[in-house]
Design a protein around this ligand. Sequence first.
Ligand SMILES: C[S@@+](CC[C@H](N)C(=O)[O-])C[C@H]1O[C@@H](n2cnc3c(N)ncnc32)[C@H](O)[C@@H]1O
Ligand code: SF4
Ligand code: SF4
Ligand code: SF4
Length: 297
Amino acid sequence: MSQGMIYNIQRMSIHDGPGLRTTVFLKGCPLRCLWCSNPESQKTTPQMLYFEAQCTGCGTCKDVCPNDAVIPLGEKFGRDTAKCTDCGLCAESCPTKAREMSGRLMTVEEVMKEVQKDSLFYENSGGGVTFGGGEPTAGGQFFLDMLEAVHNEGFHVTVDTCGFCPAERFDKTIELADLFLFDCKHMDPEQHKKLTGQDNAIILRNMRAALSSGKQVRIRMPLMPNMNDSEENIAAMAEFFKEFDRNEIEIMPCHAFGKSKYLALGKSLPEVSQYTPEQLKVVLERFARHGLNPVIV
Ligand SMILES: C[S@@+](CC[C@H](N)C(=O)[O-])C[C@H]1O[C@@H](n2cnc3c(N)ncnc32)[C@H](O)[C@@H]1O
Ligand code: SF4
Ligand code: SF4
Ligand code: SF4
């Protein structure tokens, strides 16, 4: 049975597709979006997060760290990221959960056991299971095995994806999924690479495949001030989706919900700004001018 890295399984989720859902978050992503609100989801290996606000300075972590990576931080204890190996020993002994590990290897069977716990709610609410991340498709064979197991149980399957995935794996995903929450981050290959680390050729190929498949696709766009909200980019999106007779785009205006996790990982904060209501209104009018119907989610 294949296994993969999971960083969260969220039960009773209402934002990741129809009805009540269990969302399985896979760790690992081939992109590095400048604004990503889940920085702990990008690496495929387990990581230790240190939340300073919850630290009481008891010093237990200093005693257990084998790498001398726990260092004084005022009256508290932080970590030296250069020395920390993410071994997790400090998280096991921290009494306040100021230190937490993100990422655990799980088998398909273990994931299914969690998913089954909510199966009654799926039936009653029209819900099911959502795979998110990170980039769920980056889980490879483990991801496909989970998809197949959930599909074979007759549960509704949603995949929250950036679409960066080898074509063959994505086509198998299309066979097993019922709904895609499919991100469209930028239409221009070079800009896409600048903002996410990869160009969008395979993403657009997979988007076309999903939109032609007869499966449900909700097109989503993380809207980032001065990064992907230009008239030119919105016009290019309108042109692309016209071919599929699609004009509804779910908009996610830039937020900073991931801030505490960047700090907890010892990473610098993303250099992105948020819209004022007036600025957002101006940008949304650009969509309307090109025949698109933006819906904020
Ligand atoms: C964390 S991603 C996981 C799925 C997949 N990797 C993707 O990017 O589509 C889930 C959603 O959050 C959105 N998102 C990430 N960071 C965001 C931010 N700072 N503001 C608004 N939306 C954001 C992504 O665009 C995506 O639609
Ligand atoms: S064990 Fe936890 S609460 Fe105690 S000093 Fe370390 S991080 Fe802070
Ligand atoms: S995760 Fe391991 S290496 Fe890093 S600070 Fe904690 S105990 Fe030390
Ligand atoms: S594709 Fe999704 S998970 Fe990956 S970096 Fe971008 S927003 Fe984060």
